[in-house]
Design a protein around this ligand. Sequence first.
Ligand code: HDD
Length: 672
Amino acid sequence: MQTTDQGLRIAGTEDSLKAGERGPTLLEDFHLREKIMRFDHERIPERVVHARGAGAHGHFQVYESLAGLTSAAFLQDPKATTPVFVRFSTVVGSRGSADTARDVRGFAAKFYTSEGNFDLVGNNMPVFFIQDGIKFPDLVHALKPDPRKEIPQAASAHDSFWDFVSLMPETAHMVMWVMSDRALPRSYRMMEGFGVHTFRLVNAAGETHLVKFHWKPKLGAHALVWDEAQLIAGRDPDFHRRDLWDAIAAGAFPEYELGIQVVPETDALRYGFDLLDPTKLLPEEVVPVRLVGKLTLTRNPSNYFSEVEQVAFCVANLVPGIDVTDDPLMQARLFSYLDTQLTRLGGPNFAELPINRPIVPVHNHQQDGFGRHAIPTSEANYHPNSIAGGMPKAATGPGAFAHVRERIDGQKLRKRSGSFADHFSQATLFVNSLSGPEREHLIDALRFELGKVERPEIRSRVIDEILAPVSLEVAREVASAIGVPPPGGRFHVSAHPPGQPTTSPALSLAITVPGGIATRKVAILASPGSSGRDIAALRKALVAGGAVVEVIAGTLGPIDDEDGKAVAVDKSFLTAASVMYDAVAVPSGEVGLGALYADPQARRFVLEAYRHGKAIALAGGARRFTAVWGAGEESGAAGDPAAEPGVVFGALGKEFTAAFVTAIGMHRHWGR
Ligand code: HDD
């Protein structure tokens, strides 16, 4: 039954209380006033960064006790499960911006442990733009839209960002990541996560190790192609949010393994860079990632606002056994997250909101403030006290958080450590580790972004000061497309740290062995007269591999196949587009094929799939669709669809479907 906020049952909410049927509304109408008042105040400030996001509930389980490394309770018992809430996000765009913008993705996890909440507030890239948090407002101002006109939305392709980059060589490494395919994840379920900073693990004996945290998605890490990402932004701006929701709703629970790279405290400077410098990564080939547990996302939020919008992460939410380091970026973050919630969530009591509440009781003398939920009953709201028997008293011994004891000896100064000085060698390492197509995508991205920069002097400075020291070839290739001279030989060349690798295969997304096709979306294009048997056989093989299959035709409603049998249609060409799928298949059936081929929307569907490197299956006479990308027009291998990776054609049988499944398992065929 409907009630007011006071619990009063209301007899109707269709009409306001009026003086006569056609008369004015009365001020007395407390129900109207309450309803409108609540509506007027529905919005809260969006996050200053990471405003656009999607979340899910799940749980974490450690594979074996990590007691030797950490006393954290949730990392001790392989049988215990810890509830977790995760929020994925883009960084730059507003809350309503498109999911597929070129951007870093947030990967924030809140572990509700038996010792309080532990938040791992990471990204899908292992490094960051800046070395000291004091530069964060400058970075974000430069990235966000022009303050005069609020343009462009959710894009780094504008003068202020590249101006900042060109003057801040420490951004070079992260900029390479953001210009790479990593900034265009196929799905939140298919991207890696990183704690970025070096943390500390502390065991029960008080021994400490330095640690880097990783998340490895079980589905592998995969990317969209830029043209596809831009088209999706129009066709389905909720692409990533929908993908996460649909997968969980269908029971295809996303899984990520937690990985750690552990090194002795004394090795902080051993790897040719400073582990306190957040613009550096520890190559996996140098210190392997040990997989220690698994996060499984099992439940969609019940209410977006209450959970995803109100969740408040904080880098300072630590548990005994995990501690921070002196990384100056991390140190600023320890302040920022708590502070931002005051404005965003309207006061200091946000930790009492259901999504933020720890699962353990909270006892302290915090008092009052906007939106207080707890009702403390003690007369003693201070410490020490005698009237409440000194309660709550300070915790001691195991389970009490104790900051790592560290000797600090130095002058008070505003200065960057000399050990943070090399800004380029790891940017070069990253570029050198990319596959050919990934490198091409990187160059295209730089050409696109810098091509949108209006001031030639900024374009030139990026070429000379940032790209040339990273890779002379990349700098030349970009310069040639953006109307500025090639690097002039004035650039700084960084010395590669001796003994450190020059490539790290783990940094590439290229896949050489086909993976599974679970949760991959496949479109089957059909028309009245298409082969129902082909559609059924394709569906069977694809669904057996866990793929999601949708039949797309000119109109909704069942269509008759070539034998007159009804085939259900999931979407029409009006509501579905190639960019929403990982692969496309066209069944045989001459009558159907004739109609399909005559439909420009069907031809465009196949052409786009081709251009975006997707697996394409053309059964029987559907082979004619190879003409949409010009095959057959030229002689020689280039015109032969057989020479095209990821295109399967021939009569539909076991071999055909197996080849199609393998092609989808390669994710994309960049080599076309
Ligand atoms: Fe941050 C949000 C990740 C540097 C200040 N950050 C935020 C979120 C993620 C990250 C995932 C969204 C959390 C959510 O879903 O609610 N931030 C990072 C990473 C960084 C980083 C991986 C570098 C390693 N951040 C960083 C710095 C500062 C901030 C240096 C400030 C000094 N970040 C914030 C913030 C936000 C935030 C302003 C906005 C909304 C919020 O905190 O709750 O406090």
